[in-house]
Ligand binder design. Structure first.
Ligand code: DX5
Ligand code: ZN
Length: 232
């Protein structure tokens, strides 16, 4: 049986009330140790969200693992600021290029390294970097906004990434982001994802901590049933 600890729910603050972020962070603190922070530059995506000063403020209210998703054309110019602000991991998008330099810079700073792929970017774009990253973020919506519908056509790419990572024995975690709820979390977990970003499914719930538990329970339940079916 796969231990529960191998599945992590990363609530996305994008769907929280930006006027009460510290409260939102507190609401999920006991349910999960990860927090997904969506940084948008109004250029790579048509939306603006938060930057290093807000990450630094959140750090004063949280001991969580800050998983910063940098939807930016030029993240390299800000990596140091995000690190100083308290980011633990930063994901940069492969579509912007300069990936080798960005990975080297993140390593130099001591950031965990994530590489993000849009839904229509093939896995081949990430393959040269798989041995150099900690996390592969496979978008299951086009980035820019919360509350969009899960794109199930990404499932084969998740399965192919799982296969490539396992075949090479690489310590890379697969994260999915976009339209994740209790149902789609199970589909992506079965395809090979281990970190599940959920924005509206968590902060759209009046009891966000219960929403986190519901998503985790759905995944664990599905895996337990699968093990039982296999007669183990
Ligand atoms: C989308 C962001 C996501 C977003 C997910 O651009 O990267 O992290 O917050 O929101 P939901 O879970 O509502 O699709
Ligand atoms: Zn995100």
């Amino acid at each position: 049986m796969i231990p529960t600890g191998e599945f992590r729910i990363a609530p996305s603050l994008l769907s929280a009330d930006f006027g009460s972020l510290a409260q939102a962070v507190g609401e999920v603190a006991a349910a999960t140790s990860w927090l997904h922070i969506d940084v948008m530059d109004g250029h790579f995506v048509p939306n603006l969200t938060i930057g290093p000063p807000v990450v630094a403020s959140l750090r004063r209210h949280s001991g969580a693992f800050f998983d910063c998703h940098l939807m930016m054309t030029d993240p390299g110019a800000f990596l140091e600021q995000f690190h100083t602000a308290g980011a633990n991991l930063a994901s940069v998008h492969v579509e912007i290029g300069g990936t080798d330099e960005l990975i080297a810079k993140m390593r130099r700073l001591g950031l965990r390294v994530g590489l993000a792929l849009n839904p229509d970017t093939p896995l081949e774009a990430a393959e040269p970097y798989l041995a150099s990253i900690d996390l592969l973020l496979l978008m299951t919506v086009f980035p820019g906004f919360g509350g969009q519908s899960f794109m199930e056509e990404v499932l084969p790419k998740i399965a192919a990434a799982r296969h490539a990572i396992d075949e090479r024995g690489l310590p890379v975690t697969i994260e999915v982001d976009g339209g994740i709820d209790a149902e789609t979390a199970v589909l992506t977990a079965e395809a090979g994802a281990r970190v599940f970003v959920a924005g509206s499914a968590v902060f759209g719930d009046p009891r966000p901590w219960e929403a986190v538990e519901r998503i985790r329970a759905a995944i664990v339940g599905a895996f337990d049933r699968r093990e039982a079916d296999l007669g183990r």
